[in-house]
Design a protein around this ligand. Sequence first.
Ligand SMILES: *Cc1c(COP(=O)(O)O)cnc(C)c1O
Length: 807
Amino acid sequence: MAEEKGSPTDSNTFATMASENMPDGQYDTYIEQMRKEQYPMLTDAVYLDHAGTTPYSKRLMDRFHQDMMSNLFGNPHSASPSSQRSTQEIENVRIELLRFFRADPEHFDLVFTANATAAIKLVMEAFREQETGFWYGYHADAHTSLVGVRESAKGHSCFESDEEVDRWIAKGAAGYDRDDLRLFAYPAQSNMNGRRLPLEWCQRLRHINSHCRTYTLLDAAAYASTSPLDLNDLQAAPDFTVVSLYKIFGFPDLGALIVRKDTAALFQRRRYFGGGTVEMVACVKEQWHARKSGALHEQLEDGTLPVHSIVALKSVLQTHEELFGTLDRVSRHTACLAKQLYNGLAVLKHGNGKLACTIYKHPASDYSITTTQGPIIAFNLRDGKGHWVSNTEVEKLASIKNIHLRTGGVCNPGGIARVLDLAPWEMRENFSAGHRCSGENDILNGKPTGIIRVSLGAMSTRSDVDEFVNFVDDFFVDKSAPSTSPPSSLYVGTEQGFHVESLTVYPIKSCAGWQVPYGTPWEIRNEGLAWDREWCIVHQGTGKALSQKQHPRMALMRPTLDFKAGLLRINSPGPDQPVSVPLSNDPNYFDAVDYTHRNTAVCGDRIEARVYTSPAIADYLTKALGVPCTLARFPAASASFPSVRHSKAHLQHRTRVQNVPRPILLSNESPILTITRSSLNALNSQIKAHGGKAAHASVFRANIVLAEFFSPGQEQPWAEDSWQSMRVGGADGPVLEFLGGCRRCQMVCIDQVSGVKDQEPFVTLAKTRRFGGRVLFGVHTALFSGGGVARVGVGDVVETCAREDNV
Ligand SMILES: *Cc1c(COP(=O)(O)O)cnc(C)c1O
């Protein structure tokens, strides 16, 4: 279709295409075509986080580039031609943008800010400076950034429903003084579930203003991205409107405050001034200054404006219209898709007839009516037994399929509390149980602590919707028997038959493993195998331990334990000479390297580690991984250095004997990880049956690999699911206890030899080994009893003992 109109690089190619009257299906086909060329970063991706930010087009970048290359832009407000050019362009764009929102420049001013939050803060600061103080009311659907305003108010109230707002407005100024100052804020669209709130509240509150000063602050950051924001009617327009321009256009990273000029007096008490907002300042001998007294934006835009970003808006407005037509057309397109998505998800049912998706739609909203609903869907998933599926699990699978969505609290505390029915005490409890925004533990007390949010944007298409619905159907809808039994069942009988095939320690967390040689009895400590995860690589800025999940190249870093030389050597694939550090922990013994104590974070736990200060080590690792980082050590517990990390509480559900938290070093969850060759073989035959690439044992990063003595055909895959403990090395050997299945993520898809990511084995695991929303492979293991120093060696005989509750 697009080809008929000329060469695709011709800037008019699509101009006539994005026509307002195009029927929905045709418009969708057009977007699909246009997107291939204009949004190359979306190739193979299903991007469903437009409410977070939307992508920018190639044409916009080309145009901006062209503008930057052909013009000289100076710092505004001086006499040079380059400065004059900037000043003029900024003032032109300001007016253009006001017109885009149909705000009459006669009555409105537009203040450029870093984002919508900064715009909200400008309003808050003005109210905070008023002599009378102010009262603040906000709707429960508000974004966190609106909620925060309450901390500066002398009184505040959160309206939990629309009816509450209606009643409050109907009461008018009754009970208030003429001097009382009130600010009412709400989102035009919830950033959580896309529900659109009544815009007429602003108009109704305006009538009260003459009796008691009541102002309105409309947060249009979510709304304006897929809907025309129309401030044309002066009676109906809010006093303050905030937007995030990057959410509408994808670029530049700017926000704006659109303010009615008749509120100017409120800003007069502003105390701060800076370059840009002051005419003249004296500070030697005498202290006085003259503020800028012109337009509101001159009084509020401190410092040098983001000149180039603002200039980019010129290209932005032109390109957006060419590619998409008006925002009204965008609104109809996204509404159509949202309805299709909602209908698609709402009907997904498990084999037993139970619904898979619990969708959090506001009762008053309707996906067919754009005044009540924007293109966002908030939901959670339940499995065939009705249990909540962990959102972390959904994210992991989505990211493997290159689907981009958002989970968690999505910065909407009121909305989340309402749809998840979380009482304040539950939120506090979740908080103290370690749940913060987007944590691992996302189901507490049988309730989800966050939601899944998918949001559509101007360049979304039907194919995105179809792919997402298919994804949910494929991975989360259980078509088979109504109830699946827990991991167990296949194995009944023989308690013997396994031996230790290999032992691996991972001296540096997330880096390659080091194989324990045959004939070397290896010490097992409470924290795990000796030398396992004593070191980690930390980011030099944040102090956080790096993980292979974000840095797949860590798989290629090979630490080796050289006991003869007493060194840990680190080898990376590059040409550089390997670096090494002493194995000994005793600084008197080896003083070649120094370290400092520093707070770091490992898997969300704050710990104090010893961070090496040697520039040679930092340089080596930084070069190898491409992020500023260095080595840190977390030595095994001793009298002077007690272990502070413990295996995660949720592992204990299977432990019959002891319910004590176990100390760990830097491993993710438990001291030792065990897998069996038989289960790996079973998994690989399933993968191969679908034409996938078999997984190597190393991707599971186990410490102990067990294999069966017997020949194939007698294999017992998944036997470990039903084990409670094992004894290694015969009657006098140590007993190890199994703590439960190991939850897997997409990290198992990183090939440990090449560092390259694949979809397998996670996709097959997710389909065949999911229990209660968790994808399990391998078992967490800990030392139970040893009597003296416990040791394990390659080739040791293993006797297992089944769980009592095993059926
Ligand atoms: C994104 C968003 C904000 C915050 O915008 P920033 O640009 O990140 O400051 C506020 N409110 C709503 C409704 C939003 O969607």
